[in-house]
Design a protein around this ligand. Structure first.
Ligand code: MSP
Length: 500
């Protein structure tokens, strides 16, 4: 099997408008995809929209439009969001794509042939907003949905069922044998605790709803939307490229990036369903936390959103990408704020990184007429840069996005201190210091190039501009000291202009 890297985001509900929470998962997946491409990996990056199910049918009815009109509008908005954050997805799946619908039907038929589907009566509580059947432990006071705080429906339906209970031991064993499959660890433990409570079979289909994928053997029933949605990760590979099936090349997925709200579906239903179909479960999933405004989860209904489009209009996508992973440790919940954003923009992007870049380019222009000197790396820096590419790569292999960024930023600060220690402007005054000045300038250019390449997944635009100006536009990762000097630099406008 070819070694490849396949990363996904959740597919977003086609009845909502994109907000920073959705952008967050998308940016995270994009950071991993870009980094892996720099390492020469064969990458596929998928995102898209989840367009079936009751919540969408209900929302369309409320607005007096058809579900198709609703999801067409929403898919356009999500596609736009993905482009605005500069995500480099290889495909955008919509679960209303005929290519998806057909393949969902085929997979479910296999699950049935393998003996994991039976007809039964579902009786229990259902939240139409979650599209989730709630077990006793998931019910709020007065039979409400603890997430949406709305009354749950008591349902009694003839449905087709999926024999989830048959996978209890297999799932337990899978997580014991491969504990790195769900990270962070505490999320895997949550999933295991849920499994150990005992798994009950779940509805695989719904009657009384037509907005979904019909079961081929019983077209009066449509697939329960979560199975339809989860299958996107698999079906997309079958039709993303005309005339080419990418399934062998990319399945199983390397990483599903999701937030904690959909852990149960991904860590329990999804691997079980794949096993039932005779398919391999995903290799790993990373469960990130929520971006909070103050203490609350950002959500449209609470009206407390930091609008990613406004931030991008004013500061650019790079700044948004940087801020989200710098401010909140990826994997944890964390608060974000406009003031916090402006602070980091100013101190870290404009000062630490932007100024370092401008100063370096200006000094090479002024003291060496734009030619990068050829010199030996300064041992004072070599030791600090030693192993940086391996460290960052190792962290990103584990989707430790914030820690990887912190590693690089430590060296951004180190290079700033180096300028202050070496004082090139003093060296420039004395011909006797020419060789030392050559070395300092070489080191600054070389250090900046190493850091710009490592930062490229986080700051794709600024680093492309900078690498171009440094005369080293290639993105391939290389250690400090590998550059030979001798190239030419150009001056540039500030990478992160100060805004008044
Ligand atoms: N359609 C389902 C997912 C199906 S995947 C097979 C869904 N969609 S959603 O539109 O509600 O998106 C949920 C996802 O959006 C979360 O898992 C998370 O990735 C992201 N986020 C939404 N709000 C968020 C925050 N406030 N903070 C961080 N991420 C958030 O669930």
């Amino acid at each position: 099997m070819a070694v490849s890297f396949y990363v996904t985001t959740p597919i977003f509900y086609g009845n909502g408008e994109p907000h920073l929470g959705h952008a967050y998962s998308t940016m995270a997946a994009d950071i991993l995809a870009r980094h892996m491409r720099q390492r020469g990996e064969d990458v596929f990056f998928l995102t898209g929209t989840d367009e079936h199910g009751e919540p969408i049918a209900l929302a369309a009815e409320k607005q007096g439009i058809t579900p198709q009109e609703l999801v067409d509008r929403s898919a356009t908005q999500f596609r736009d969001m993905v482009a605005r954050v500069d995500a480099t997805n290889d495909f955008f799946i919509r679960t209303t794509d005929p290519g998806h619908v057909e393949r969902v039907q085929r997979v479910v038929e296999r699950v049935k042939e393998n003996g994991y589907v039976y007809k039964g009566t579902y009786e229990g509580w259902y939240c139409p907003r979650c599209a989730d059947f709630k077990s006793e432990s998931e019910i709020g006071p007065g039979d409400t949905c603890p997430i949406h705080e709305i009354p749950l429906h008591r349902e009694q339906q003839e449905n087709w069922f999926f024999k989830l209970s048959a996978f209890q031991e297999k799932l337990e064993r899978m997580y014991e044998e491969d504990p790195g499959m769900v990270v962070p660890d505490f999320r895997r433990n949550e999933a295991l605790a849920f499994i150990r409570q005992g798994l009950r079979d779940v509805s695989l289909s719904r009657s009384e709803l037509s907005w979904g994928v019909p079961l081929s053997w019983d077209p009066d029933q449509v697939m329960y939307v979560w199975f339809d949605a989860l299958l996107n990760y698999y079906t997309a590979l079958g039709y993303a490229r005309d005339g080419e099936d990418l399934t062998e090349r990319y399945w199983p997925a390397s990483w599903h990036i999701i937030a904690k709200d959909i852990l149960k579906f991904h860590a329990i239903y999804w691997p079980a369903f794949l096993m039932a179909a005779g398919l391999e479960p995903p290799r790993r999933m990373f469960i990130h936390g929520y971006l909070l405004m103050g203490e609350k989860k950002m959500s449209k209904s609470l009206g407390n959103v930091l609008d990613p489009f406004e931030v991008i209009d004013r500061y650019g996508a790079d700044a948004l990408r940087f801020y989200c992973f710098r401010e909140v440790s990826f994997g944890q919940d964390g608060s974000i704020s406009t003031a916090g954003f402006e602070g980091r923009y100013e101190t870290e992007l404009a000062n630490d990184f932007g100024n370092l870049a401008s100063r370096t380019l200006a000094m090479v222009s002024r003291y060496r007429d734009g030619a990068v000197p050829q010199a030996e790396p300064d041992p004072a820096l070599t030791a600090d840069f030693e192993g940086i590419v391996e460290r960052v790569s190792g962290l990103l292999d584990e989707a430790q996005i914030s820690q990887a960024l912190e590693e690089v930023w430590t060296l951004v600060r180190r290079l700033n201190r180096y300028v202050e220690e070496a004082q090139p402007w003093v060296l420039a005054k004395d011909e006797g210091d020419a060789a030392r000045l050559d070395q300092v300038l070489y080191c600054l250019v070389e250090g900046l190039a190493v850091l710009a390449r490592l930062l490229h997944p986080f700051l794709p635009n600024a680093t492309a501009t900078l690498l171009e100006a440094l005369g080293q536009p290639g993105l391939e990762l290389a250690p400090f000291g590998a550059g030979e000097g001798g190239g030419r630099v150009e001056k540039i406008d500030p990478l992160f202009p100060k805004l008044v």
